[in-house]
Design a protein around this ligand. Structure first.
Ligand code: FES
Length: 119
């Protein structure tokens, strides 16, 4: 059985087998998620928001809840710790925050387009 996982805002979608972490799935889909600790729940850089049908994602471990604190109650998870456990044909949507450098470049390009339009 496989689970469909979609990464936003890229819109990339892949089928994965249960047991894989969201971070591993992102790498398989060639979606960039920031990390410094390479999946050891130490850097908190891999925070994502996950929408999934009941029972498709392993609930946060005590260690993840302790690390995330308030954010764990807002639907945010650590991509390196959230594992796909569902065996039914369900769907998971992962919202990945935009890389700050990429966001700055995109903002500057939009400003440039606006300036060009005025001339
Ligand atoms: S990769 Fe560092 S906390 Fe997830």
């Amino acid at each position: 059985m496989s689970v469909s996982i979609q990464f936003e805002p890229d819109g990339k979608q892949i089928e994965i087998k249960q047991g894989m972490s969201v971070l591993e799935a992102a790498r398989k889909a060639r979606v960039s998620i920031r990390t410094r600790c390479e999946g050891k729940a130490g850097c908190l850089q891999c925070k994502v928001t996950i929408e999934a049908d009941e029972g498709l994602i392993h609930s946060p471990t005590e260690a993840e809840q302790r690390k995330m604190g308030f954010f764990s109650t807002c639907g945010e998870r650590l991509a390196c710790q959230a594992r796909i456990i569902g065996s039914s044909n369900g769907k998971v949507v992962v919202h990945v925050p935009e890389d700050p450098l990429k966001a700055a470049v995109r903002k500057r390009l939009l400003e440039q387009q606006e300036e060009d339009r005025l001339w």
